[in-house]
Structures are given as structure tokens and as C-alpha cells.
Design a binder for this molecule. Structure first.
Ligand code: GLC
Ligand code: CA
Length: 555
């Protein structure tokens, strides 16, 4: 008997920021009421899970990643009843819901921190956070938000000690050495498990513990705690995804994927290599990264993001080598002048110079590589950004639904909007929106939908084995996915120039080959199979005949 697959294996995840997605009550801020009313759209698009950035009460000094109550809903988004209605409706639409859970820190306004400041030095209450009399501890831990902070320590005049914060000073780090903290945070997990959520994106997991003389990332104690997290999920008896945000190279992210730890982790190195490949027109290193990830953790446990709500994180040379970062800096002019912290603070479309072909080829890879493809809201439209807004807000502006006022996001007067709707040339919501693109057969939105439909019809793309094939062209990545009688061949040209190449298909010699998207026949497979791909072109081909049982029906 074969084990039943978990829902998340190969699932397409749609990431959205609830405050920026749809405003249901007309106050200018997206909420659960609005989001629930847009589930039809997400179902129509064909995504399988939605990941919501934090939904908890928060002073929003870090977009909601600074939490004051882990067991409630931010009043601007609704309440627990509204969340429940949303979750039930999502399930009725056949979609899973992933919550963002921040284990590493709270808001400085969280009652635990306020209590800690006033509690006696050395008491359990004080030690809910990490304090020190000396700010020169853990000096090898890099300052992550270097635009905003110059130290990981902040003096607190009430406590008369410094507290540790790996992110903003408004986000004190919890002290996992304290068993009370562990129990409380596991209780938070239980709370949402009981509410029926289907998964958690675990924010900033590498930083739970500190140790002198290290970068304070992924320490053994951190892994021990994450194993307890896994145990809680197992105890619930439900099929729930635990997805790690660990911005580390694959060999360092892989330990989170131990059998008794987390199910999935983002492959951020792959993201960087995808952008480097398109910036340089060379996919040698991308190919290597893919192979490494599959050698270290085979299958579909890597989540594959292109862009998200943060800057495109490239790091200090630790995630990917300096020359890869350099090729992105020089090859993507859209990123010039938009550097923030350790990455580029732009949405996908402007970063790719507004070229829909580049958007397509990158997503064609995401949708056909082994893993969980992550689509960031608005990227299915080629939505633009608003440079100049503070912090990472340029990438977090309201979803463009229609050509009506505020892009149909909200009926509130414009100045009340959570962030301004995009009206910049080329990206104006009156042109770039769901309603218009739905009606244009050749639109980017319809392309994404079509690709997701094809993906559902081709189970080899979801769970099939993966093999990188030799390519005679440096700009073209070629690989195959196989399961049962189904083999899909994928080739993608990451350069702005056309590419002709030969692919060795001797393995399938004599088999029929058909292009998937348009159904046209190609010459039968042989050792010198010849194809031409236009600039940023790609193709998915079916090789051989497929038995009916290997093709699912799509409703
Ligand atoms: C993660 C989030 C980011 C947040 C940080 C601190 O990296 O993606 O948005 O600022 O954690 O919680
Ligand atoms: Ca609202």
C-alpha cells in the first residue's frame, strides 16, 4: 500500500497580505470580510492554498510581524468569528489556509515585554526575553535590518539592561531557554490548530537560540524546539504543513527538514539564482543549485518563491556568493537605487522591466519544478510597486481588482487607504487589474490560470521524479519530470536572445512528443532533438503516450 500524500506536497501557494487584498467594510483597510468575498477569484485562478501574512493584533511597526496577542485577530481585519467564516469558506472552496506564526519575537508592546521590563532582574518574568548588561554579546550575529538598526541590542531604561532584537528594536527576541516561553508558544500553536488551520509559515526560525561565537542561526537547541513543534502537530492528528522561513543556503536550511522536524522550507538560494540567471542569461549556477537542493532533500519539500512581501533578500555573501549578487545588481537595472537591508525592494514586474515574457518564463519554472510554487498576490497581473514608500511598503500596495476608484480594493476615500493604489505609468490600476485581464484572452492573468490548469492535468509536475538534462545552450535549462506513464520535458530560455539547441532524448527514442500548452506535435524523440526557443521562451512537452489513469479530471 502506498502512503497517502499530504495535501501540501507540490501544492501551489498564493501569498497575500490581508490588509492589502480586499476591504469589505469600506474603511480603507483590507479585512477578512473582503478576503472571503474574493475566494471565488482564487479558486478560479487555481491556487490550492493561501498563506496570510500575520493577522494578529499588532502596532504594525513591522507589517504585523510585531505581535501583541498571539491568540486573537487584529481588529481592523475582523475578529475570530470573521476568521472562522473565512476559514470555513476557504475550505468549501477547496483551499487550504496557512497562517504566519512568529516564534522568535513579540512586539515591545506585548504585555509579556511590559511585564518583563518591570520585573526583578533574573526573575522568570524578566527572562521571558533575552537581557544583558553588556551590548557586546553575540557580536558575530549580523544585524539583519541594517537600514534601520545598527545593533542587535537596545537599552531599556526601565529594566536597566539591554534586550536582544534580531529585527527591529520594536521586536524583542523571546528567550527559549525559559521553559515558560516554550510552553506558551506551543499553546499558541495548539490554539490555531484547534481553529482548524491547515499550515503554518514559521517566521524567522533560525534565530530562536543564541550562542557566543556563532552567527546565532540554526543552533542545535533551535532544532530541538522545532521538533517539539512538530510533535504538537502530530498530536493533533491532522495533516498540517510546517513551513520554515530560513534565509540560508540549502545545506544549512536542510536540517529543518529532518524527518521529525518541519515539512517544508523556502529555497531562497534558488530564488536568488533564478534572478541571477535571468539577469545574466546564464543558468549554470541555477542548474547546480537545483541539483544540490534535490540531492540534499529530494522531492517537493522546498517552497519556491519568486517575490514576497519583503525585499528580494540576497544577503551578505552567505546565501549566495558575491558574484551572483553582483550579476543581479548589474543585470537587472530595475533594481538600481532600490537596495534595502540585504536585498532589492521591488516587486517582480518592475524588477523585470515590465517584460511579461520574463514573468512567464520564471513562473513556468516555478510551476514545473519539484516543490511548492509560491505566487505573490498581484504578480499574476504583473502589478507594479510604489517606490518611495517606507520600508517594504512599496511591495505591499492594494490588489488591483477593477478600473474603478482605488482599483476596486476599497470604497473608502483615497487618503484613507492602507497604502496608495498603483497609478504609475505602465502599471496604473485602470489598466493592470483582474477585471480587465480576465477579459483579455492573451493576458498575463489568463496565462497564469492556464498554466495552473495544465499543472493539475500533469501530475508528473507535482510529484514526479526530477532530472536535469544536458543543455547545449548556456541560457537554457532543461529537465524532465516523470511519474507513472507520464513524462514531461521542460526547457526554459532565460536570456533575452533566442536560443536553438539540441537535447539528447535518446532515453525516449522513437516516442511521440507534444507541446502541452498548445497541443502541437513535435518530431519524435531522438538523440539529436532540435528545438528553438525565442527570447525568454519556454516549453512543456509530453513525451510518449499517457495512460488515461495518469490524467486527472479538472472541474
Ligand atoms: C520575516 C518576515 C519579515 C519580518 C521579519 C521579522 O523575515 O518575512 O517581513 O520583518 O521576519 O519578523
Ligand atoms: Ca476594512
Amino acid at each position: 500500500m502506498t502512503a497517502k500524500n499530504s495535501w501540501w506536497e507540490g501544492a501551489v501557494i498564493y501569498q497575500l497580505m490581508p490588509r492589502s487584498y480586499a476591504d469589505g467594510n469600506g474603511d480603507g483597510i483590507g479585512d477578512f470580510q473582503g478576503l472571503t468575498s474574493r475566494l471565488n477569484y482564487l479558486r478560479w485562478l487555481g491556487v490550492e492554498a493561501v498563506w496570510l501574512t500575520p493577522v494578529y493584533p499588532s502596532p504594525l511597526q513591522d507589517g504585523g510581524y510585531d505581535i501583541t496577542d498571539f491568540k486573537a485577530i487584529h481588529p481592523e481585519l475582523g475578529d475570530l468569528a470573521a476568521f472562522h467564516r473565512f476559514l470555513t469558506a476557504a475550505h468549501e472552496h477547496g483551499m487550504k489556509v496557512i497562517l504566519d506564526l512568529v516564534l522568535n519575537h513579540t512586539s515591545h508592546l506585548h504585555p509579556w515585554f511590559q511585564r518583563a521590563r518591570w520585573a526583578p532582574k533574573g526573575s522568570t518574568e524578566r527572562n521571558v526575553f533575552v537581557w544583558s548588561d553588556d551590548p557586546n554579546r553575540y557580536t558575530e550575529a549580523p544585524v539583519l535590518f541594517r537600514k534601520f538598526e545598527d545593533s542587535n541590542w537596545q537599552w531599556d531604561s526601565v529594566a536597566e539592561q539591554y534586550y536582544l532584537h534580531r529585527f527591529l528594536k520594536h521586536q524583542p527576541d523571546l528567550n527559549y531557554e525559559n521553559p515558560w516561553v516554550q510552553e506558551e508558544m506551543l499553546g499558541v500553536l495548539d490554539f490555531w490548530l484547534q481553529k482548524g488551520v491547515d499550515g503554518f509559515r514559521l517566521d524567522a526560525v533560525p534565530f530562536l537560540y543564541e550562542s557566543e561565537g556563532t552567527r546565532c542561526e540554526g543552533l542545535p537547541e533551535t532544532h530541538d524546539f522545532l521538533k517539539k513543534v512538530r510533535q504538537r502537530v502530530e498530536n493533533s492528528g491532522r495533516d498540517v504543513l510546517l513551513l520554515a522561513e530560513a534565509i540560508q543556503p540549502v545545506d544549512e536550511a536542510a536540517p529543518y527538514l529532518a524527518d521529525d522536524e518541519l515539512h517544508g522550507a523556502f529555497n531562497f538560494a534558488l530564488t536568488a539564482h533564478l534572478f541571477a540567471a535571468i539577469a545574466s542569461g546564464n543558468c549554470k549556477k541555477l542548474r547546480q543549485c537545483l541539483q544540490d537542493a534535490q540531492t540534499i532533500v529530494p522531492g517537493c519539500r522546498w517552497a519556491l518563491p519568486l517575490r514576497n512581501h519583503d525585499e528580494l533578500w540576497l544577503g551578505d555573501g552567505h546565501l549566495v556568493p558575491e558574484d551572483v549578487i553582483q550579476s543581479i545588481r548589474s543585470g537587472l537595472p530595475g533594481g538600481h537605487g532600490h537596495w534595502l537591508n540585504w536585498g532589492i525592494n521591488r516587486r517582480l514586474a518592475p524588477l523585470l522591466n515590465g517584460d511579461p515574457r520574463a514573468n512567464k518564463v520564471l513562473h513556468a519554472l516555478l510551476y514545473s519544478l519539484p516543490g511548492m510554487p509560491c505566487l505573490y498576490y498581484g504578480d499574476e497581473l504583473g502589478m507594479g510597486d510604489w517606490p518611495g514608500l517606507r520600508d517594504r511598503d512599496p511591495n505591499r500596495t492594494p490588489m488591483a481588482w477593477t478600473s474603478a476608484r482605488n482599483g476596486g480594493f476599497s470604497s473608502a476615500p483615497e487618503p484613507l487607504l492602507v497604502l496608495p493604489a498603483i497609478t504609475s505609468p505602465g502599471y496604473d490600476y485602470r489598466v493592470v487589474n483582474v477585471e480587465v485581464q480576465k477579459q483579455l484572452p492573451g493576458s498575463l492573468l489568463n496565462w497564469h490560470r492556464r498554466m495552473l490548469t495544465c499543472r493539475r492535468l500533469l501530475p508528473a509536475l507535482r510529484l514526479g521524479s526530477f532530472e536535469v538534462l544536458e543543455s547545449t545552450h548556456p541560457s537554457v535549462l532543461v529537465y524532465s519530470r516523470c511519474s507513472g506513464s507520464m513524462t514531461v520535458l521542460i526547457a526554459a530560455n532565460l536570456s533575452g536572445a533566442g536560443a536553438s539547441l539540441q537535447i539528447d532524448l535518446s532515453k525516449w527514442k522513437g516516442s511521440r512528443t507534444r507541446e502541452v500548452l498548445w497541443g502541437c506535435e513535435y518530431p519524435v524523440a531522438d538523440e539529436n532533438w532540435f528545438v528553438y526557443l525565442p527570447s525568454f521562451g519556454f516549453s512543456w512537452w509530453l513525451i510518449g503516450e499517457v495512460e488515461d489513469t495518469d490524467v486527472p479530471s479538472v472541474d
